[in-house]
Ligand binder design. Sequence first.
Ligand SMILES: CCCCCCc1ccc(Oc2ccc(Oc3cccc(O)n3)cc2)c(O)c1
Length: 257
Amino acid sequence: MNFSLEGRTYVIMGVANKRSIAWGIATSLHAAGARLIFTYANERFEKPVRDLAATLDGQDALFYQCDVTSDEAVQTTFDQIKEDVGTIHGLAHCIAFAQKEDLKGDFVDTSRDGYLLAHNISAYSLVAVSRAAQPLMTEGGGIVTLTYLGGERVVKNYNVMGVAKASLDATMKYLANDLGQHGVRVNAISAGPIRTLSAKGVGDFNAILKNIEEKAPLRRTVTQEEVGDTAYYLLSNLSRGVTGEIIHVDSGYSILG
Ligand SMILES: CCCCCCc1ccc(Oc2ccc(Oc3cccc(O)n3)cc2)c(O)c1
């Protein structure tokens, strides 16, 4: 069986810059021969994403704005993708957000609006994009989302994003159950901390990275490329028997007490 992605098209949602985990996924899928479609939240991200994609030799990428907080915007985006390419073979959902004030201090102080915003963008958006994307996966497909240990165990300062990730993990499993009959697999990658634009919003990042280098079984942090390669596995036929799963790409840190 061939594990190349030649002749396959994948949607990657959430590239902000070259440090994004979504960009690591893009480079791995490109290396495997995939055609890529990028979506970005607002016009601020269009140029950085286009400039990054231009560095991928031989890639004929497409670009669409998609505000995942709007059901209409999500449907419009996938209607346009259907018109432009017809069939897609998978999707990487690398989207999350919480208000900065909800990523520090006591979780008990989280506002109703902050809680709903974090869940709207970081968890419900997977339902919305999966519902819109599935009909385009006429040859079956794979959906991958990004989660974090803070959704399984309390991690200081991660607060409302941890609760949203717990919801994302269950959301992924219920979507896996619904979409399996359509040949669509849904999985998550639980990535260890990586210094990204998003990471700037949470906790004392230097201390967290240092702790991993000292304690994680592999005694080092992970890279966007390592997460990208696991996304390649989950979006290729290599993982054809796997759905509803969370793979930890975290130097083994999550096995520690
Ligand atoms: C205290 C936790 C330490 C390890 C955190 C690893 C991690 C890093 C980045 C992660 O992704 C986000 C995405 C958006 C997010 O919300 C933000 C980010 C920046 C500014 C802001 O106002 N909100 C917070 C984390 C994430 O889910 C997990």
